[in-house]
Ligand binder design. Structure first.
Ligand code: FAQ
Length: 321
């Protein structure tokens, strides 16, 4: 969209707002130099930053298993996947920077607990099967949530999501394949796969955020075409996708209330423990402290790399005059 570029003194605020509204009504993209309401900008910074933080904190649970992967093939796949998550973080921090914030500022907010990351990454990876369960369920939930974000009204975020979703699809498939191998393996391997699914199922459903009635941002984000579906709608879609996949895996989902509802055309499922979700958000999940401490340490230990890169770039700028 180019019609509403922010040229101070050109049109009045009312005209800018009207042009912004018209762009949304026509399902057009808003680009970095376009005028946008302050709250739209703030909402995007919040969501994209939280998403970026999730990608880089999300490297930790799986990286925990790189040195212990059961074969060279599994190790190579896992290393590539964890590197992909770092790459997703980079696309997303770059998208956030187009809104006028710096990556340093966002990382500082993460490190000081002023911005969140996804609840899911505060759970431990206890066995190798957890790596498969994360690929199948966590990446599966991420794709369900993120495919509609490819149509988000903010151009840089939407475009980043296209590439992220392609890579997440590969992650989901490798997780499924890894779990399938375990499920069809020895009795102990099958039990390990089932145990991992038992532990990751409910936290994966929580990834979609609080129920619609408690979702503070959904209505406004949907009006702005940032979110295209509500939290509950995407959660239902995810459950419908997972049930036949669990059957194909030969594993059960840990929910006695899970059954097909002919009338609704969806699976009914049991109550989610929202107290647990809220505790994790308050910093009291099993791994919150460890995840943030690792992140801060990695940042501090990487200071020399940032300084060297900065010095190198400055030297080249000087050389160019
Ligand atoms: N965890 O009003 P809503 C991945 C907060 S990437 C923590 O419904 P909204 C890839 C929310 O911020 C996973 N906090 O909020 C991967 C708000 O608090 P605030 C990340 C949560 O934004 C795979 C409050 O609750 N994906 O997995 C969570 O409209 C494998 C009220 O909630 C994204 O970030 C939560 N689960 O909807 C990496 C996708 N849910 O800020 C490694 C983009 C809600 O007011 C390995 N984000 N909150 O203090 C979104 O689609 C949305 O932001 C939602 C939340 C749907 C997450």
């Amino acid at each position: 969209m180019t019609a509403i570029q922010d040229t101070p003194g050109a049109a009045g605020a009312v005209g800018l707002q009207a042009a912004f509204d018209a762009a949304l009504a026509n399902d057009e993209r808003i680009e970095p130099r376009d005028w946008m309401p302050d709250k739209y900008r703030a909402t995007l910074i919040r969501q994209i930053a939280q998403h970026a933080h999730s990608e880089i904190i999300g490297m930790q649970p799986e990286a925990n298993w790189i040195t212990r992967a059961p074969s060279l093939r599994r190790k190579a796949i896992l290393m590539a996947k964890v590197q992909d998550e770092a790459g997703h973080g980079l696309y997303l921090y770059s998208a956030a920077e187009t809104l006028g914030v710096s990556r340093d500022e966002l990382l500082d907010k993460l490190h000081t607990g002023r911005q969140k990351y996804s609840s899911i990454f505060n759970y431990p990876t206890l066995t190798w099967a957890d790596v498969g369960a994360i690929g199948w369920l966590v990446d599966g939930a991420a794709i369900t949530n993120q495919v509609p974000l490819c149509r988000c009204s903010y151009g840089p975020y939407a475009r980043a999501m296209v590439r992220v979703c392609k890579e997440e699809s590969f992650h989901q498939r490798q997780g499924f394949e890894s779990l399938l191998a375990l499920s069809r393996g020895t009795e102990a391997q099958h039990a390990m796969a089932q145990d991992a699914v038992d532990r990751w199922w409910w936290p994966s459903l929580m990834m979609f955020g609080p129920p619609d009635a408690d979702s503070t941002h959904s209505a406004q984000s949907m009006a702005w075409n940032i979110k295209r579906h509500s939290n509950d709608e995407l959660r239902r879609r995810f459950v419908d996708i997972c049930v036949p996949q669990a059957e194909a895996l030969g594993l059960t989902l840990p929910d006695p209330d899970l059954r097909w509802n002919e009338e609704r055309g969806h699976y009914d499922f049991g109550a989610i423990d929202w107290d647990e979700f809220n505790e994790v958000l308050r910093g009291n999940g099993p791994c919150n402290e460890q995840r943030l401490a690792n992140r801060r340490r990695a940042h501090d230990e990487g200071a020399w790399v940032r300084e060297a890169a900065f010095a190198y770039a400055s030297k080249h700028m000087e050389a160019k005059g």
